[in-house]
Structures are given as C-alpha cells and as structure tokens.
Write a new protein. Structure first.
Lengths: 346, 346
C-alpha cells in the first residue's frame, strides 16, 4: 500500500467513508487497490484544500474515460533510468494521479541520491493539483518545480483561439515550519476547474477573465468554456504558458501545442499529457537553508501592510488553513456530483 | 580571450569603437582585459537588443561602485564542484557580468557531461539581462532556466513597501531555427531599468504600473523610483517574485528578502546578489526535440489572429529583430550618458 500523504487519513469519519466509496467506484472501473487508493486520495485532498474544480466533480469524467478505453485502468508503466538523477516514465495512458505519484517519488529518490532529480512523464492524463505532488517532495525536505500541460483554454498573445492549457507553474520549498511554501499558480486569470464548477452550478464568473467564442468578454461560465480564457499579464503570461507547454510537452514526448484532448468532451483517444518534475536538495549550497528561509518569510511578513490586510501570507498558507478546517468537517457534495455517484455505483 | 557571443563583434564600426571606449574605461577602473571585454559586450548587447535600461546608462554606476570598493575589480572567483552536474561559485564581489559569464559556461559544461547543469552563484552583483546568458546555453543546444534577485522594487501582495526585486524569470530553448526562444520576463508590470531611464530623461511612465511612496498611483518616474512597483497579476505575480527570491537568494547563499542593495543609491557594501542557472540537454527524453519545437511554434503561429496582429511572435523574436537592425546602425547615446563618458574618461 502506498503511504498516505497529506493527512487525508486524518480527516473526519464521514470523509473516510466517502473515500471508501470513491475507492470502490475506481475499483469497479478496473483500477487496482493501490491505484484506486492513490486516485481517491488525490480527489479527496482537492476537496479538503478547497480546490473543488479538481475534486469529486471530476470522478465521473475519469470513470467515463476508463469505460471508453481512453484511460488504461491496468497500465504497464515503464520507468527508464537515464542517469542517477534523471528518469523517464511512459505512463501507458494510466490515470494521471498514478503516473504523477510514481514520478514524484522517483524525483525524490533521485534528488536524495545525487542532489537533483529530473523526471519526465509522457502518455499520462490529468493529475489534479500540482501542489499535491510538490507537498510530497517538500515533506522530504526538497525544493521542487513541477510543470504539466493541459487542454486548450488560454489564447496565446495575439491569437483569438485557445491553445495553451492553464499550464500551472508550481514551486515548493520547506519553510522550517509545518506549513510548506507551495506556489501552484495557473497562467490563466482564472482556474479552468472553477469555470467548470460555475458552469455545472449555473453560477457567473468574474468579468475580464474570459472571452466567448466570438472574442467578446463574458461572465457566463458556459460561454467561457466554449471561448477563450485570458492569460495573466498579457504577453508575459502568454510567454510563461508557452514555456510550460515546451517543458511539459515538447521536452517530455507528451502532446503539446493544443493537441491535449479535453478530458470531459473528447473521448477520441488518450490525452498523452506530459509532466516534468524537478527536485533539489535544500542544502546543496548552504548548510542552514531552513534558518535562511525562516528568516526570509519572517522579514516579508513583518512589512507594513495595506489597510485591512491582517497578515502577509506565503503561497500554500491559505490552502493549509482550509485543509485543516475542512478535515474536521463533512465534505459538501453538489447535487450534480451526488447524481454522478448514484450513476457510478450502479 | 573569451569568445564573443551574440555577434556584438558584427556590429557597425561605430559600435565597435564605442565598445573599445567602454573596455578602456573598465580597464582604467581596474578590470582585467578579459573582464573588461565581458562587461563591455554585455552592455553593448543590451543597447543592441533595445534594453536601454540595462545598457550604457549603467556604466557610470559600475565604475562608481568599483571606486567605492563595493565591486571588486580583481576578484578571486572560487568555483566549487559539488558533483558532475552541480557547481557553486563564490564571485568574491566581482562585477555581475563576469560571475554570470563563468556560471553559464560552467552550467553548459555540466549539462553537456551529465544531461543537467545546476550552478549557483553568491557574492555577485547586477549582471544585466538574464536572456543574454540564456542565449549562450541555447546556442550550445541546451534548454535553460535562469533566476536572479535584485534590489527592492516590488511590494509583496498585501504589503505597502517594496521588498522583491523585479526578479526575472528566464527560460530559453533552441527552436530549430536561428532565432532562439528566450523568455526573459520581469515579475513587475514594468522593468525597473525603464523607469530609471524615464527618470533620467524626465519622461512619464504608464499609469497602473507603480505607486509613489505614499501608496498612490503615479506616472512620475522619479516618484515611482521612491515608491513601489506593482507585480504582475496580483498574488500570482507576487508568489512568482517570492519564488525567484528563494531560488536565487535563499538557496544560493546570496542576499534575499530585501537585503540586496540598490546599486545606484547604496554604496555601504557589496550587493551579494545570488543567481541560479539550470541547463538541460534537449534530447534527454526525445530524439527529435528540434523537430518537435519547430512543430510547436509552427502550430501556434498559424492560429487565427486578433485584428491588426500580423504575426504571433515567440519570446525573443522581437529582441532578435531589434538586435539585427541596431547592429547596422550607430548606438544612440543620451546626453546624460555622454556626460558620464566624459567624466569617466578623465
């Protein structure tokens, strides 16, 4: 059994029972015990950290993709050792969670051995939150950088058609305290998962984050899904999204330049998403890294604040707070997701 | 003699003569032939690519810092081999150009040998444009990521005081064509060098990119220099700037969290800037990287365009065009910089 990170096992009894249900569903769809556990943990974790767009609202999509044979429930995942530091994983169209779980563990082993780990993955699928894997490396006292691409959602600067995914840039580091620094920021003005949840629940999205398919600004989530999401910061964000597409797609052997299929809408074949995991030992150059990062955070936190701001938060802090809070409670499931459960259990 | 990258040697005769003058000045201030050449090349290159804020307007600053003994003109630079892939450089307060030149060359050697290069630098200074060093790696057919920190210019999200530098994120890759993909994007809405040039020339800056020291939006470049620059994309950009401060400062042993001194205003000691250089062989995972990246760029370029956009440009393309154009012409020097030259040659 894979070790359970992130303390999902410490969540409330109702959450534990929910997780058992999810595991059961995944197993019904052909996943092994271990792969079902890894996948259920990732989905429950997303709910607990408040990333609902990456949580249980996706369960049916994963099962549908297995049914339609575009996710392989019994993958033969190949791990090729390129060097002591570098590994290459062909995920054989596995569910993304499993490929990413193997990859981050390998990146951790490589960095522990040589100081650096570099692991590329091809033939994978959507793996949920990059930050979830970053946490695993950080808990092993490593710095990590993680890149993945995703189906078209964001238009390159100058174009009126989506091509880049929301392509997150993820960076994690130990902080010398129990709350890790986990930056996991998409390159779009809004997370695509959030638009999807808004669309499912008939909610509006903020103005200025997306255009409809005619290139007009829209607050209608359904129209935004058919249209174009805007990158952060114009050409700068577009350049960062392009970088992520190259690192996670072109470099790894995964799909790129708009070829990753939308997991909800396109069952014509596997996604072949690529991921890239980079890990470093924190003490390669300085012996007192933890002291230094603590000092860094301390100095930034004590800066004079904008009126109304109580605390300057580092990336990951809010998520950790939400996780703590949500772990004690029951996970709220939308009526839509409840329906999914009923269908999937049949 | 160090090989001259970037074709500065192909520039017009007047530019060559200007470079000779710059070399002469640097040598007068105590730099060796080789270090003067490296530094002059970097400054002239900045002028040629149109990054005037990083060009000759800085020459006097560097010389002043040497005079005031906060840049060491005769540094004893130590290169420590951590592994075949990893090196650690103590730049001994050298001029930043020289430290960065040694570091990128070492990162290239390490990657050529093992597939990955990781080089950290401490006790360095401002090195000009990250993209200039990225080009060197790309010309050797490597992918590269470069991070450096800088004096306080951008306020962390929630703070009303600058602390982060404009902390560029730099990424470069070969493209299978002669124009490299070089993303070199600062994390502020505007490059600090541009504000500085505007201030020197009494020009206004755009609205919405900076606040004055009282926290009010300003278009006055002088007031902006005393105030706060805004990060791109709110908390996302703030998080990215924080990441760069950690990677280039905390991790390397350099200064961090606002401790890097302003090179123009603060002569109380060396800057101890940190840099981090990462390099990868392009063919670690796929054999046809150049074909793949060509295809990537081709697909993106042929997307339908916004009205008025002739071509979707990849990062680095515009800079290359400016370089080509400016190489044929005489470099225009502002009257302020002309005065600097007169003073420095005395």
């Amino acid at each position: 059994m894979t070790k359970q990170f992130h303390g999902v096992e410490k969540a409330s009894l109702k959450t534990q029972n929910l997780k058992k249900e999810v595991i059961k569903i995944f197993k019904k769809y052909g996943l092994s015990n271990n792969h079902a556990l890894i996948s259920a943990n990732a989905l429950i974790n997303a709910e607990l950290v408040g990333a609902y767009g990456h949580g249980l609202s996706r369960l049916k999509m994963y099962c549908d993709r297995i049914s339609k044979k575009v996710i392989n429930p019994k993958p033969k995942i190949k791990i090729k050792k390129i060097s002591q530091s570098i590994s290459y994983i062909d995920a054989n169209d596995s569910i993304g969670f499993v490929a990413a779980d193997i990859a981050i563990k390998r990146a951790i082993i490589n960095a522990k051995k040589t100081g650096i780990g570099l692991v590329a993955v091809k033939n994978s699928g959507h793996y949920g939150l990059s930050g979830y894997y970053a946490e695993q490396a950080v808990k092993k006292n490593l710095i990590t950088m993680i890149y993945t691409n995703a189906p078209p959602a964001v238009a390159p600067h100058g174009a009126i058609k989506s091509l880049f995914g929301t392509n997150p840039i993820c960076f994690g580091t130990p902080t010398g305290s129990k709350i890790p620094f986990i930056l996991d920021t998409s390159i779009s003005m809004i997370n695509r998962g959030k638009i999807r949840v808004a669309s499912r629940n008939n909610q509006k999205i903020p103005f200025g984050v997306a255009l409809d398919k005619f290139g007009k600004p829209t607050t209608d989530a359904k129209k935004a899904l058919q249209g174009v999401q805007l990158p952060i910061a114009g050409f700068r964000g577009s350049g960062l999204a392009w970088m992520v597409d190259i690192l996670s797609g072109v470099f790894t052997g995964g799909n790129h330049s708009g070829k990753v299929k939308d997991p909800f809408d396109d069952f014509s074949g596997p996604q072949n998403i690529g991921h890239l995991f980079i890990t470093f030992k924190t003490n390669l150059f300085v012996k007192n890294y933890n002291k230094r990062i603590k000092e860094n955070i301390y100095r930034i936190k004590r800066l004079p604040k904008i009126k109304g701001v109580k605390e300057i938060m580092y990336p990951g802090q809010n998520k950790y707070k939400r996780f703590k809070k949500n772990s004690k409670k029951e996970i709220k499931i939308s009526s839509m997701t409840k329906k999914d459960f009923t269908i999937l259990k049949k």
